[in-house]
Design a protein around this ligand. Sequence first.
Ligand code: ISL
Length: 542
Amino acid sequence: MKQSNWWKSAVAYQIYPKSFMDSSGDGVGDICGITSKLDYLERLGIDVLWISPIYKSPGYDNGYDVSDYCAIDPVFGTMDDFNHLLKEAHRRKLKVIMDLVVNHTSDEHPWFIASKSSKDNEKSDWYIWRDKPNNWTDFFSGNSAWTYCAERGQYYLHMFSEKQPDLNWDCDELRQAVYDMMRFWLDIGVDGFRMDVISYISKPEDLPDGDMGKLCANGPHVHEYLREMRREVLSDFDIMTVGEAAGVTVDEALKYASNDGAELNMVFHFEINDLDGGESCKWVLRKTNINKMQALHTKWQNALHGKAWNSLYLSNHDQPRAVPRYGDEGKLRERSAKALAMCIYFMEGTPFIYQGEELGMTACDFRSVKELRDIESINAYNNLIKTYSAKESIEIISRRGRDSARTPMQWDNIANAGFTSGMPWIGINPNYEEINTAEQETRTDSVLNFYRKLIKLRKSLDLGEYKPIKTEHESLFCYKRGNVLVAANLSAETVSIAFEVRKALLYNVDEPGTHINTLQPFEAIIAETRTIIKGAEAYAES
Ligand code: ISL
């Protein structure tokens, strides 16, 4: 089918369904809850919803452990609910992309139940079995990535938890079964997939000892398999695909997301996340250096321009929220939330907004391990308390762990933030009384109304090539897109930077005059400029 590349001009929004909107009162967000908020999403101006997994799952990793790829988990509703959501979304010209979790399944998936039953059943080769484990440790516990199965008398590999056995992509029938399942959803009418850890699906031959993440990222056959997937399924549909791609470098991204359309449309890379975290030092509190962050963006913008397509994101359900991570959680919370969006979403690529980001939601300060829900965070806590006090450990988890970004959407200042009439599955951030959509609807200067403006502006502009502006101030994020300048001060100090404003397009403090000499803390401006940055001592056009 002819590919129209509609996703190049789209803005996407990620829904973490457990925490978006609960319609049934059981404390867990659901499909009908999403449908009830479609008008809100339409007004935000987005084009695509990416919905994190809603398939049948025992829920050990909140749906990233699928036990039936072609069924909806009852906690989220029914297939009828899903079809209704799709119809209502499409009626509003909103596309819907699903999460495709095919590096692994749940250990309760019938494929695994069959595979583990013996060494010679017809699915025996669908997972990765060995008589003797290698030295790999899994991402979630730090213990062996192999679990012994007495029934089969062998060990199976799990890069994530032992409840998530890895599929064997070298098995032809397995790949065909995955393609059939993808076709099932595309025939129903979904508009594409976000592919979970797709960069890990091809494991190195003979599984040598070493660093599992490094060894499995961009494995020997990953491009061959994705090309096959394109030929077998994707090429029949005019859809959007984005691969979650830990360990992907720009050189690799040029293959995954090449403009030749042979594999995926774009990837989520991890290099920005790794600046203050990464697999090896995730539980350390560090601040991201803004210059380094922009330098990485520049590397990706330049390398992919004209050759491949980029995705742009500030946060997601696995990462700390953007405001506490890069901005200001105090009195400049709103201003910093706006500045961050201005920096990131005007580069080249498809923006992905994570639910709640459009309100400037913050981290949640959990008080005890009992409040945690995430398998990774609970394991990490149990390790951290060997070194730190309980108070310090929970503080680290609140800042770095995944639960903090998974607290429910804050719709209102009524009980449970208007998210549920029941008992929420995870605590609501107590700041919902101040930060919520209902309040932000009433103010023209709210983050929510700013996001609406920003999305509209972004779509109205025909932006030129990205050109970084070199600065010496470590917290300035500056670039041009043709004659449009984006200049942001991502720090709590006033910094001097001088430029001429020909036409101000978007700003988060006061309407700028014709000449700028300083940017206040977290001030950002998007403006047409004829000449660039004059008279600033520390800055020169690159
Ligand atoms: O959150 C992380 C651990 O600190 C990431 O490394 C994460 O595991 C990685 O981004 C892969 O994420 C995806 O697959 C996981 C799932 O838990 C995540 O929610 C999902 O986004 C396993 O399916």
